[in-house]
Design a protein around this ligand. Sequence first.
Ligand SMILES: NC(=O)c1ccc[n+]([C@@H]2O[C@H](COP(=O)([O-])OP(=O)(O)OC[C@H]3O[C@@H](n4cnc5c(N)ncnc54)[C@H](O)[C@@H]3O)[C@@H](O)[C@H]2O)c1
Length: 314
Amino acid sequence: MVNIQKTAVIGCGFVGSTIAYTLMQKGTFSEMVLLDENHAKAEGEAMDISHGLPFAHAMDIRAGSYDDIADAAVIIITAGANQKPGETRLDLVQKNARIMRSIISEIKRVNCEGILLIVSNPVDILTQVALKESGFPKERVIGSGTVLDTARLKYLLSEKLNVDSRNVHAFIAGEHGDSELAVWSCANIYGIPLEDFAKIRGYKSFEKEKDEIYHAVRDSAYEIIERKGATYYGIGMAAAKIAEAVVRDSHTVAPVSVSLSGEYGLSGLCLSIPSVIGRGGAEQVLEISLAGEEKEKLKASAEELRGVLDTIRQ
Ligand SMILES: NC(=O)c1ccc[n+]([C@@H]2O[C@H](COP(=O)([O-])OP(=O)(O)OC[C@H]3O[C@@H](n4cnc5c(N)ncnc54)[C@H](O)[C@@H]3O)[C@@H](O)[C@H]2O)c1
């Protein structure tokens, strides 16, 4: 039986501990189990994060083992090596695929029935690995995908147009990585098409700005890692938002990494497409009409990922 009030975070490094801290502050769950290969690290994080509880919500936070997470509603996996300066997400593939397989075999051993939320990179590849190894229905295996990149896009657009980022509706699709694409044909500010809004804000043309923003989004992780060695606050918020959508059954639309079965003419791989997220996980993948150039870019992104998947298929 799944306990909808319970979550687990596997991997308590920069990303896992930040997600745990964010979830504690939000009060989304009443129970959270932290796991790490380095058990002392999980214990230390559980202690440190628990000390914030008097300022937040009543909640039980502890370090544990796989036997303690069998009934968790959302299992968030962040274990694995992170990108080193100059390293792409795809460079991490072999070592993190091995780690993912070992984690999933433990999750299967204890018969978890919850939703798996994969965050470790390369996230699209590892979501596919988790799906295959677990044998779970595809709705139950979600990658955080381009939810973070989408937040970066919204933020940068809001800065350029001097508008609240929560009024910006735009998203990044495809790989969470170098081949991702901005779906400009759907971008709007409070329902006003992006180009019209940019005109209202004084831009004659917004093409150059769009291009700059896309590149800044795509290269954000590199820029941050170059300066501080890792990224974790943005993904902390993004992962917490996805977990919250499951627990609250909110039918939130977000571009999570999901396994495709024919949508956009693609199948047999995971990449980010806006999907409806609720108690069942990624309950519906939205097949929307894209501009011709966007369709091509999505296909190219899928090809890139398929090439990497082929290198790890046994
Ligand atoms: N999807 C995204 O948007 C996004 C954003 C940022 C980082 N990431 C990814 O998240 C991952 C974690 O990054 P980080 O900065 O926290 O790295 P980190 O090195 O700080 O933490 C990784 C943790 O995983 C643990 N670990 C390793 N193998 C394990 C295993 N088999 N079982 C349990 N725990 C294990 C390590 O002990 C360590 O504590 C990386 O793959 C990184 O690229 C993803």
